[in-house]
Write a protein that binds this ligand. Structure first.
Ligand code: Z5A
Ligand code: MG
Length: 257
């Protein structure tokens, strides 16, 4: 019998939508069947690039502006630097990175994991991933950045077989434990991110009513699940979609286009 590659399941959604909870549950469910599975989370804050991202995310509770006008003027004009030295100090203290630079770091953080991901998938290990390409695009576009520009650095990455979008009510997610400690964790910014996820959802391959996944399309399948349900109900739906995934051979991936 020909070897099969592992399956790649991705959880996406707003903050506190339950991605990490569902990632853990699916991982356990797969392992309980005696199948190998590994979890990856993005950003992976343990790498060198991930550490920069972690500093950025913890640096301020407010989303960075998409304009960056002050920063550009400061970089290009020594006179302005003198006049605005007070503002510059403040900016440095808030560890503001240019929006484009941080976007590229998030993407680089995915690229640095590609060899490992291929290796695991090709050896038959399932990957359960917590945030990836779609968070990259949604969070940056929510700042007003251009969609094509945001998408470009991720083109060529291995794409998931299945995207599970956990669609949570913002009132509910922002009231969940731990919300509000990092840069993007404001209700206003989360609603801008949700609009971007909804655009991505429209561009994706929709779920079919009988859970049988579309094998003809050259894109991963996108499933939206109401994440205000109980943790257990969500998990049961996810496992049912996981069971419907088609087998593939090593090297046969969806590639993000
Ligand atoms: N970001 C980006 O800008 N660009 C990129 O390319 C990438 C990411 C990859 C860090 O993400 C930030 O990076 C993120 C996007 C940006 N910023 N924001 N906003 P992160 O993944 O590291 O964030 P996190 O710290 O893991 O938190 P989270 O992802 O927001 O949480 P979650 O994983 O979705 O939720 P959870 O930890 O599973 O659950 C949260 C709580 O809710 C917990 O107490 C659970 O017990 C509870 N919970 C979970 N499910 C339920 C249900 N169904 N009912 C009731 N309660 C529940
Ligand atoms: Mg999480």
């Amino acid at each position: 019998m020909a070897a099969k590659r592992g399956k790649f399941i991705l959880f996406e959604g707003l903050d506190r939508s339950g991605k990490s909870t569902q990632t853990r549950l699916l991982l356990n469910a797969i392992r309980q069947r005696g199948k190998q599975a590994e979890q990856l989370s993005f950003p992976d804050r343990k790498t060198l690039i991930g550490k920069l991202i972690g500093d950025y995310l913890r640096g301020s509770s407010k989303p960075a502006s998409s304009e960056g006008k002050d920063k550009i003027q400061i970089e290009n004009s020594e006179t302005l630097v003198d006049e605005k030295s007070k503002d510059i100090k403040q900016t440095e203290n808030e560890s503001v990175l240019d929006d484009k630079a941080i976007h590229l770091l998030f993407s680089a953080n995915r690229w640095e994991k590609q060899t490992l991901m291929r290796k695991l998938l090709d050896s038959g290990v399932d990957l359960v991933v917590d945030r990836y390409i779609y968070s990259g695009i949604a969070f940056s576009c929510a700042k007003g950045m251009d969609f094509d520009w945001c998408k470009a650095p991720d083109v060529g990455l291995i794409a998931p077989d299945l995207v599970v979008f956990l669609n949570v009510n913002i009132e509910e997610s922002t009231a969940r434990e731990g919300f509000g400690s990092e840069r993007y964790e404001t209700r206003q910014f989360q609603s801008l991110v949700l609009k971007q996820f909804q655009k991505l959802e429209k561009m994706a391959v929709p779920q079919s009513s009988n859970h049988s996944l579309d094998v003809v399309s050259q894109q991963p399948l996108w499933i939206t699940i109401n994440a205000s349900q109980s943790i257990d109900s969500i998990s049961k739906s996810v496992i049912s979609y996981y069971n419907s995934l088609q087998d593939k051979s090593p090297g046969d991936y969806f590639i993000f286009k």
